[in-house]
Ligand binder design. Structure first.
Ligand code: ATP
Length: 532
């Protein structure tokens, strides 16, 4: 039997939709033109984040069908997660130019054998508890969240998390994911609208989920640990299936115009950690996309059919996404609306004359309220941006087993002579004056020291145009490179300070150090110290 397949765009509907030809037939050859998954789905996710909607993408399919390849990809061919992150940051860069500000945090977890593990904490072996907040819904207690300010930061998180993820070799896939992984971006966008200078602040949560693959034990040849993992994976995927079916049924009922036939559909979110954590994404306030990954092989016919049935049911779910606006910003907008109406009322003088003083008084009250709220919001956002800049300046990053602090601000690093102390202390010096003393001083000094010989006001460090000068308080013991100071002294890169009898610090000035490195004189300076 022969089939003839004609491929051409002829239906008016297809033409009206500007559809493109993606299947070409040439004799017995069939050519499928590349379908651009990122432009189709990824861009929607980024748009949603910028508009303040929650979004979720999850890849579902049997083991080895390409879920991880679709979501994460490889260094040569990036998947949806890195592409979405990259594009998000390039859009942010454009937005910053037009006055918007952003705050992005990342968390990355895996659900392995029904236990949640933080892929970005130093202690990934430790399992975390899932709890439910009455308003905000399910969340993972103590999950680490990482501030990221550019694509490099986020890429570092992805790489670190992927290295921690549980994978194993099975007969179906050399590097099979044995866990569900959820990469979450929490994205805040704030600024002022151009046309009426209104504060605006929205928050969006974007979950990017790479599910573990469904598998048949006979096909994967799993035994022992792999079999246990497979059982957990399958159980949570069955629950996901039940949740999807129940939600689809509930959505169809909501569409049904005869309310008498409606019954409450129970959604078994809590039957698995995966569905519990994705509760809002699956059936609530989120724009959610399911990617069905299927195998083209005939031997996987049954699994492929099952995946397509899953996807078909998921299609019927109707979510109710809403823009997550900051409550204060919403209040300011409502107040401004009221103020506009009151002003119009006074201008058009539609009310009886005796009502006017009352209207005026209300107007003044609302204006004062609006002013205070706007000022508070502006101050809060300014502080957030300052903290972000300071954290970026602090630049904590992991390097192999070590942690490196890339600070570009002048700072003091504590050198502790207490054998039992284990922490590392770093104090940034701010532009202007940094007050150093004990906690007896009021107001509290910027740097609080304790120990023998520390006066309430011990000294001040004045930083102006990159030059730091230490000014000892009268009678205070301030030693600079073993010399007791009797007046102001300029601090230079690498010098050692002893304040009181026990507080020792090294002063670092990254700008000065970079200059010295360029001049090649760092080695000379080191030698000088050693000789002293
Ligand atoms: N579109 C593709 N192009 C090239 N290689 C692909 C593609 N999709 C998947 N692969 C390759 O197929 C193998 C299996 O893919 P992947 O690990 O993404 O499957 P998976 O569905 O995540 O499996 P599991 O559920 O077992 O984790 C990998 O080696 C991957 O590089």
């Amino acid at each position: 039997m022969t089939f003839t397949v004609g491929v051409h765009l002829e239906r008016e509907l297809e033409k009206d939709m500007n559809a493109k030809l993606i299947v070409q037939m040439d004799g017995k050859k069939t050519r499928l033109l590349t379908v651009k998954v990122f432009s189709d789905l990824g861009v929607d996710v980024i748009d949603s984040a910028f508009e303040g909607y929650n979004a979720c993408v999850f890849a579902y399919g049997q083991t080895g069908s390409g879920k991880t390849f679709t979501m994460m990809g490889s260094p040569e061919c990036q998947g949806l997660i890195p592409r979405i992150c990259r594009q998000l940051f390039s859009r942010m860069a454009a937005g910053k130019e037009s006055g918007s500000s952003y705050r992005t945090e990342v968390s990355y977890l895996e659900i392995y054998n029904e236990r949640v593990k933080d892929l970005l904490s130093g202690d990934a072996g430790h399992s975390l508890r899932v709890r439910e907040h009455p308003k905000l819904g399910p969340y993972v207690q103590d999950l680490s969240r990482h501030l990221v300010s550019d694509y490099d930061d986020i890429q570092e998180c992805m790489t670190r998390g992927n290295q921690q993820r549980t994978t194993a070799s099975t007969q179906m896939n050399d590097v099979s994911s044995r866990s569900h992984a959820i990469f979450t971006l929490t994205f805040v966008r704030a600024g002022y609208t151009r046309h009426n200078n209104m504060p605006c602040e929205t928050l969006s949560k974007v979950h990017l989920v790479d599910l573990a693959g469904s598998e048949r034990a006979d096909a994967t040849g799993a035994t022992g640990q792999r079999l246990v993992e497979g059982a957990h994976i399958n159980k949570s995927l069955v629950t996901l299936g039940s949740v999807i079916s129940a939600l689809a049924e509930s959505s169809q009922q909501a569409d049904n115009r005869t309310p008498k036939t409606k019954k409450n559909v129970f959604i078994p979110y809590r039957d698995s950690v995966l569905t519990w954590l994705l509760k809002d994404s699956l059936g609530g306030n989120s724009k959610t996309i399911m990617i069905a990954a299927i195998s083209p092989a005939d031997c996987n016919y049954g699994e492929t059919l099952s995946t397509l049935r899953y996807a078909n049911r998921a299609k019927n779910i109707i979510n109710k996404p809403t823009i997550n606006e900051d409550p204060n910003v919403k209040l300011i907008r409502e107040l401004r609306d009221e103020i506009d109406k009151l002003r119009a009322q006074i201008t058009h003088n539609t009310n009886p004359v005796e009502a006017e003083p009352a209207v005026l008084a209300t107007l003044q009250r609302k204006e004062a309220q609006e002013k205070v709220l706007t000022e508070k919001w502006t101050e809060k956002w300014r502080e957030t941006q300052q903290i972000l800049q300071e954290q970026k300046a602090l630049g904590l990053r992991k390097s192999g087993l070590g942690v490196v602090l890339d600070s570009d601000m002048p700072h003091l690093v504590g050198i502790d002579d207490n054998l039992l102390s284990t922490g590392v202390t770093l104090y940034h010096l701010k532009e202007g004056e940094t007050v150093i003393g004990s906690e007896e001083l009021s107001p509290t000094p910027d740097i609080v020291l304790s120990g023998a010989g520390v006066l309430p006001l011990h000294c001040r460090v004045v930083l102006r145009e990159g030059v730091a000068t230490l000014l000892p308080a009268p009678g205070a013991q301030c030693w600079l490179n073993t010399v007791l100071l009797d007046g102001p002294a300029k601090l230079s890169q690498g010098c050692i300070l002893l304040l009181g009898r026990t507080n020792m610090f090294r002063y670092n000035d990254p700008a000065e150090a970079a200059k010295l490195r360029q001049e090649g004189s760092a080695s000379v300076m080191n030698l000088t110290w050693n000789l002293k």
